[in-house]
Design a protein around this ligand. Structure first.
Ligand code: NCD
Ligand code: ZN
Length: 357
């Protein structure tokens, strides 16, 4: 990190970081790619691409073809590398893991408990069913990315992450101690404590929206569907634990936006889709939080170092500069024939981002 002024970290006017990566991202497919991929590529050098397309990405061939479609949407002159994942199902063959690993472009598999979130209907019904696949992942060093919520309808929606830890994550880690697992988009103090108490093979991603907002945001002035995502926003005590983890310098907590675009008319709907679109202003949103805590000096570790270190990939060598210059996040973007409304659209953010030092 180079600082352009000798001021205290919390009163910087400019901050140059190793270029960050986004370790959890949804970019969808077809026309949506052209709308959202440039937003991410303007800040992040790489992103872990979630496989929950309407037809999930379950084979190496599909992942490689999807990768090409994403690359076709990257603006000329911008370096951006999609890191691909496979979607685990009850029937995925362990041999597919070997094939995926050999491709050199698939770095992880995503475990969606069936019914947990958007496009998870083909997800895993019971983790025991995929033990042979997890064995193959452990052997090849393929990372396991977990949507950590139980789907049991008897469990309160705000408790689903905490219950997942005891019922599934702990037994899973015991059975596959050498499997590297990312507990994705954690939202609770329980998850923070669990990750801290675990060994180096467990890490967690943190979204900007879970760091910035608690569940009151969902209801402020009326129901606000753009704040609805899964796992759902939690109480303030949980948000504070997430902020502490993100800004602590502990390398097991790193950046994953979970930016999840949905057409505005499907968010502003009686059954609103889950997912917040944060990609466009992502690094500005994270900077906002770290600055508030007086911890801008720890943003680079969280955004640019700890992710590649966990994934055993090289850190980026190019840079992203954050400039303190207030700007207003656009209210909407074109999204195929529809509109895409970003979280915090119309609001002012303090930091702008520029590629390069
Ligand atoms: C994601 C989506 O829309 O694909 N939605 C969300 O609320 N986060 C899926 C997910 O990551 O759970
Ligand atoms: Zn997600």
């Amino acid at each position: 990190m180079t600082q352009s002024t000798p001021m205290a970290p919390n009163s910087l006017s400019q901050l140059t970081l190793t270029r960050p990566d986004d370790w959890h991202l949804h970019v969808r497919d077809a026309q949506a790619l052209a709308a959202v991929v440039p937003h991410t590529a303007a800040q992040f050098a790489r992103a872990i691409i979630m496989p929950n397309l309407s037809t999930p990405v379950t084979t190496t061939e599909q992942a490689l073809a999807y990768r090409e479609r994403i690359l076709a949407s990257v603006p000329k002159g911008v370096r951006f590398e999609p890191l691909m994942t496979l979607y685990l199902t009850d029937t995925l063959a362990p041999t597919e893991i070997e094939r995926a690993h050999q491709s050199g472009h698939v770095v992880a598999c995503k475990l969606y408990p069936q019914g947990a979130t958007t496009n998870s209907d083909k997800g895993v019904t019971s983790i025991e069913k995929i033990y042979p696949v997890l064995e193959a992942m452990q052997k090849t060093g393929t990372k396991l990315l977990v949507h950590g919520e139980v789907t049991d309808p008897d469990v309160d929606v705000f408790d689903r992450e905490a219950v997942f830890i005891d019922r599934h994550l702990e037994p899973l880690r015991k059975r596959f101690p050498a499997l590297k697992i990312v507990f994705e988009h954690i939202t609770t103090q329980n998850a923070v404590q669990y990750v801290k108490s675990a060994d180096q093979n467990l890490a967690a991603t943190l979204t900007a929206h879970h760091l910035l907002f608690n569940r009151n945001a969902l209801f402020k002035g009326g129901m606000r569907p753009h704040y609805y995502c899964l796992p759902v926003l939690k109480k303030e005590v949980h948000r504070l634990a997430l902020v502490e983890a993100a800004t602590s310098g502990d390398p097991r907590f790193f950046l994953g936006t979970d930016s999840a675009p949905h057409a505005a008319h499907l968010k502003e709907h009686a059954q609103a889709c889950a997912g917040c679109y944060t990609a466009f202003g992502a690094m500005s949103m994270y900077a906002e939080i770290f600055e508030r805590l007086g911890r801008l000096d720890r943003l680079e570790g969280f955004a640019s170092h700890f992710g590649p270190d966990f994934y055993e990939l090289p850190r980026n060598t190019d840079h992203l500069t954050l400039v303190k210059a207030p700007w207003v996040l656009p209210e909407s973007f074109a999204y195929g024939d529809a509109l895409l409304k970003p979280l915090m659209g119309g609001e002012t953010l303090a930091w702008q981002t520029r590629l390069g030092a």
